[in-house]
Design a protein around this ligand. Structure first.
Ligand code: F0G
Length: 495
């Protein structure tokens, strides 16, 4: 028998429906052992606020965030040693400039020698946002920044500068019967209406890829193109919040007609060609533990509209972060980022990464647990309204908070409420709560960190809680109901 025929006579890996991970463990960290009683005692002392629970006591999976929690590759660990800690123009800065151009497009990092700065490094995403919104806030009164879904700290930075943050979620996001694979899209009808009525109040339009607040759902290239066209028609620049750009590109390749034969790199370049700039936290798809940035397309609509902003941003950077050639980062952070950006666009990495999150979501759904389906790129979102449907749990009982606390105490997995408590607000004048459009508990999956066995254990734990959902107690808010960004600070007790 010919060798080729021999190969063909066996089933392929795809047909076996089982393929190995595209990487192996290089170094591991052993967990400590704790009992449910010990975890409950500690959590009670932390006022049931999972943010204050010591991570060393997490015996299951830590799903609090996929941000800065990536397991780095051996290349990245090696690159740390090549970090150059010079105060000006360290080696990594030039490599990063090249990597940014290769990843997002040539126009996103002007040659530092040309003195036309358009690339600004920050220590994380929110510091880049603060720089941008504090300067934009000075350009007018009663401003509004619309988005397909602002992240919580993004919204807080916008509001802190007296700008209104408006979410134009796609109607499909809340339609559980919708078969759309791009539920992260912006509602373009509402965008067009907003700009037709109030264009002078809108300094920029934002598009978050993937849409974290909107269930981590992806945004179609078709929608990115449409949003750019509408914004530009009214003379308004389009900015991306690009934290999970590679995951979003993967969804476009897999699910959008016409992109199946394009490479991830080509799709990323096309996405960014429609934008005039972007903010980014490299703690997600930079595959690093720290880093952020603000980038503008050379000769794009943003720089045409705000030509003096680069100089003011440079001042901001020098005063608050560091010399523009290192921003808020050490030379070694920059080197790790250069290699992280190289890995993140590899298709086998993304197949595994997004596939793992999708399988995790499918396993929850198969167990009958109400989750947003199909899952987005980085997290599985429990739909809390459906989870507690038919029980005595009321909105003001904050079921998502009680559920997350019990999951952590009983089974050692840490997830995070992103719903009625995190995004809601309390009006001291009327004594009433204002409920947001979405009510989730999020299981964010750190990159390259957990294996199927870990995620299966989390599904079993959530299933056990779901089967006993009528026993999950309501919580009282004992501190912080009236505060801004209250989910980070509040304390609770079981009722
Ligand atoms: N934009 C989005 C869409 C984000 O998800 C985040 C962070 C930021 C901006 C801010 O970036 O943390 O570097 O300052 N999201 C993390 C999360 C914290 O858990 O989803 P940062």
């Amino acid at each position: 028998m010919e060798l080729n025929d021999l190969i063909k006579s066996f089933r392929t890996e795809k047909e076996l429906n089982a393929s190995p991970r595209p990487y192996f463990n290089h170094s591991v960290s052993f967990k400590k052992k704790y009992t449910a009683d010990e975890r409950m005692e500690t959590l009670k002392r932390a006022g049931l606020n999972v943010f204050f629970f010591p991570s060393e006591m997490i015996t299951g999976c830590d799903f609090l965030s996929d941000s800065g929690t990536t397991t780095m590759t051996d290349e990245q660990w090696a690159a740390l040693h090549l970090g150059d800690e010079a105060y000006g123009s360290n080696r990594g800065y030039f490599l990063l400039a090249e990597r940014i151009r290769e990843t997002f497009g040539k126009k996103y990092f002007n040659d530092p020698g040309e003195n036309r700065p358009n690339a600004f490094i920050f220590h994380q995403g929110r510091s880049a946002e603060d720089a941008l919104f504090s300067l934009l806030g000075e350009t007018g009164q009663n401003l509004i920044i619309p988005s397909n879904g602002h992240f919580d700290t993004t919204e807080a930075n916008i509001r802190a500068n007296k700008i209104e943050a408006k979410n134009l979620f796609s109607p499909e996001l809340k339609d559980e019967n919708s078969s759309s694979l791009f539920k992260g899209n912006m509602d373009t009808i509402r965008l067009e209406k907003l700009l037709a009525e109030s264009r002078e109040r809108v300094p920029v339009v934002f598009l978050t890829i993937t849409n974290n607040t909107g269930g981590g759902q992806p945004v179609a290239l078709d929608n990115i193109r449409a949003v750019a066209a509408i914004a530009h028609k009214y003379g308004i620049p389009l900015m991306l919040d690009a934290c999970r750009f590679a995951e979003n590109a993967w969804f476009i390749k897999k699910y959008e007609t016409g992109y199946e034969n394009k490479s991830i790199e080509e799709i990323i370049q096309e996405i960014f060609s429609y934008a005039d700039g972007f903010t980014i936290s490299f703690k997600k798809d930079g595959l690093v533990n720290m880093g952020g940035g603000l980038f503008f397309q050379d000769n794009g609509e943003f720089l045409k509209k705000y030509p003096d902003l680069p100089n003011r941003l440079t001042d901001y950077q020098i005063m608050k972060e560091g010399h523009p050639t290192y921003g808020g980062l050490s030379g070694r952070d920059i080197m790790a980022l250069v290699y992280g950006l190289k890995t993140v666009t590899r298709e086998e990495y993304l197949d595994h990464r997004v596939g793992q999150v999708r399988d995790f979501g499918d396993a929850m759904a198969k167990a009958g647990i109400p989750v947003l389906s199909p899952a987005g790129g980085h997290a599985v979102y429990l739909d809390i309204n459906r989870f507690f449907a038919g029980t005595a749990m009321k909105p003001g009982d904050f079921g998502g908070i009680g559920l997350s606390a019990l999951l952590l105490a009983l089974y050692g997995h840490r997830a995070c409420e992103l719903g009625y408590f995190a995004f809601g607000s309390y009006d001291e004048n009327t004594g009433e709560e204002k409920w947001p459009e979405v009510n989730y508990v999020r299981f964010a999956v750190p990159r390259l960190r957990y294996e199927k066995q870990d995620l299966d254990a989390a599904v079993a734990a959530v299933k056990a809680l779901y089967d006993n959902r009528d026993k999950i107690p309501a919580v009282n808010v004992v501190y912080g109901k009236n505060l801004t960004l209250r989910h980070f600070k509040a304390r609770f007790e079981f009722r």
